[in-house]
Design a protein around this ligand. Structure first.
Ligand SMILES: Cc1cc2nc3c(=O)[nH]c(=O)nc-3n(C[C@H](O)[C@H](O)[C@H](O)COP(=O)(O)OP(=O)(O)OC[C@H]3O[C@@H](n4cnc5c(N)ncnc54)[C@H](O)[C@@H]3O)c2cc1C
Length: 381
C-alpha cells in the first residue's frame, strides 16, 4: 500500500495547478456571469496544455496518462474552474471509445475533439436519467443507415457541441437492447435547445431532439446492443472525476477561508483561535481527505483493471457530498462576505450542487454499494 504520488504525478499536479491558477481561475466568474462561450485563444491554451489528449490513442498524440493521473488533472482543474473539468473529462472518454470507433470516424473526429471542438454525451431522457438502461430513444436500421428518433435532456454542451454520442434502443427492453452512436450535431433532423441551469453556466445544459436523424451504419460505437456496456465503462471511472473536481473546488475554498479567518478578528482574537472555528476547518479537511482517498483508490483499481464499481459509487456520493458540505461551511465562516457574489464560494457551491445528480444521484450509488454488501438479495442484477 503506497499513498504517495510518484515524481511524475507530482509534476502533473504542479504543472496543471500552475496553469489553472494563471489561465483558468481569473476567468471563472466571467464565464458564469457573461454567458459567453470560450474564445478561440482561451480554448487554444487548454489544447496546448495537452489537457484534451490525456488518454487518446498514441497516433492522435495521446499522452498515456493513467486514470489516477487523469484524476489528479480533474482535481486541479476543479480548484480553478470547475466548469472546465467537463471539457477535459469528455476528451478522456473519447480515448476510451476510440478503439470501438470505425477508423474513418476516428480520423475525422478524434483530432477535432483534441483540438477543442466540443462533444456531448447523451444518456438522460425526460422520463428519468437514473434508470439509464430503460431509455426509449429509438434507432431503426434502414439499409446502410440508422434512423434515430427521441429526446435527450440535461445534456452538457447543448448548443456548442459539434458531435453527440447518444444511447438509443436497437433491441429488446432493458440495458441489453441499447446501442451507442456518434451523431454530428449538424445532421438534418437534430435540434438542440438550451435551458438555464443554476450552476455550471459555461457548460450549457439543454435538450437534444432527434426527428428521423439518419446516420451511416459505421457511426455505431462498438457492437449492436452493447451500448450499455460502453456507457457503464465510461460512467464507472467518471464517477471519480466528478467528485475529484468538486473536492478540488472545495479544497480551494477551504484554503482561502482559512487564510481569511487567520486575519479576521472576532472579539479581540483571530477567528482561527476560536476552537469552534478551527474545528470546523479540521472537520472539512478530514472529510475532503477521506473522500479524495476513496476516489484515488477506485481509480487505481481501474488502472489495475480490477472491479471498482462499489468503490466508485462510494467516491461519487461521498465526495460530492463532503465537497458541498465544505463549500457551505466556507460560505458560513466567511460571514456576510461568503454570501456576497464577489467571493467564489457561492459559485463553486452552485457548480458542485449539480454534481449530486450528474452521473447518478446518491440513492443509485447507495444501491450499488448495498448490492455489493448484501448481494443479490438486495438487487438481482
Ligand atoms: C450539471 C448536470 C450535468 C449533466 N450532464 C449530463 C450529460 O452531459 N449527459 C447526460 O446524459 N446527462 C446529464 N445530466 C443528467 C444526469 O445524468 C441525471 O440528472 C441523472 O442521471 C439523474 O436523472 P434525473 O435527473 O432524470 O433523475 P431521476 O432519474 O428522475 O431521479 C430523481 C430522483 O429520484 C431518486 N432516485 C432515482 N433513482 C433511484 C433509485 N434507484 N433508488 C432510490 N431513489 C432513486 C433520486 O433522489 C433522484 O435524484 C446532467 C445533470 C446535471 C445536474
Amino acid at each position: 500500500m503506497n499513498f504517495s504520488l510518484t515524481d511524475n504525478q507530482i509534476m502533473i499536479r504542479d504543472s496543471v495547478r500552475d496553469f489553472a491558477e494563471k489561465e483558468l481561475l481569473p476567468h471563472y466568474k466571467h464565464w458564469d456571469r457573461s454567458g459567453d462561450w470560450l474564445t478561440k485563444d482561451y480554448m487554444q491554451k487548454i489544447v496546448d496544455m495537452g489537457l484534451l489528449r490525456l488518454r487518446l490513442p498514441e497516433k492522435f498524440g495521446g499522452q498515456g496518462y493513467s486514470f489516477v493521473d487523469c484524476g489528479i488533472v480533474c482535481e486541479e482543474i476543479g480548484r480553478a474552474d470547475h466548469q472546465i473539468r467537463y471539457i477535459v473529462s469528455n476528451a478522456i472518454h473519447i480515448g476510451e471509445m476510440a478503439h470501438a470507433m470505425h477508423p474513418d470516424l476516428q480520423d475525422e473526429w478524434i483530432p477535432r475533439i483534441a483540438n477543442g471542438e466540443m462533444m456531448s454525451l447523451a444518456f438522460t431522457e425526460p422520463r428519468g436519467g437514473a434508470d439509464a438502461g430503460n431509455i426509449v430513444t429509438k434507432a431503426v436500421r434502414d439499409g446502410d443507415d440508422w434512423v434515430l428518433n427521441g429526446e435527450k435532456t440535461s445534456i452538457t454542451f447543448t448548443g456548442v457541441s459539434k458531435v453527440v454520442f447518444v444511447s438509443a434502443r436497437t433491441g429488446g427492453p432493458g440495458p441489453r437492447g441499447l446501442s451507442f452512436f456518434l451523431v454530428p450535431t449538424d445532421t438534418p433532423g437534430l435540434k438542440m435547445v438550451n435551458f438555464e441551469r443554476m450552476g455550471q453556466k459555461l457548460d450549457r445544459g439543454g435538450s437534444f431532439f432527434f426527428d428521423n436523424v439518419r446516420i451511416p451504419a459505421r457511426n455505431m460505437i462498438g457492437k449492436e446492443n452493447e451500448g450499455f456496456i460502453w456507457a457503464m465503462t465510461i460512467i464507472g471511472y467518471n464517477r471519480n472525476f466528478v467528485p475529484l473536481a468538486c473536492i478540488g473546488a472545495a479544497q480551494k475554498s477551504l484554503e482561502e477561508t482559512t487564510e481569511y479567518l487567520k486575519q479576521r478578528k472576532i472579539m479581540g482574537k483571530s477567528a482561527t483561535q476560536w476552537q469552534g472555528v478551527a474545528q470546523e476547518l479540521a472537520i472539512c479537511a478530514t472529510q475532503l481527505e477521506s473522500a479524495r482517498m476513496l476516489c484515488y483508490k477506485a481509480l487505481s483499481l481501474k488502472d489495475m483493471d480490477m472491479r471498482h464499481d462499489a468503490e466508485s459509487s462510494m467516491a461519487k456520493w461521498w465526495g460530492v457530498k463532503v465537497a458541498n458540505d465544505t463549500l457551505a461551511t466556507c460560505m458560513r465562516l466567511n460571514g456576510h462576505y461568503g454570501w456576497a457574489k464577489d467571493l467564489p464560494h457561492e459559485q463553486r457551491l452552485r457548480d458542485c450542487l449539480g454534481m449530486e445528480s450528474a452521473d447518478g444521484p446518491r440513492e443509485v450509488h447507495l444501491g450499488i454499494i448495498a448490492r455489493d454488501i448484501v448481494g443479490k438479495q438486495f438487487a438481482p442484477f
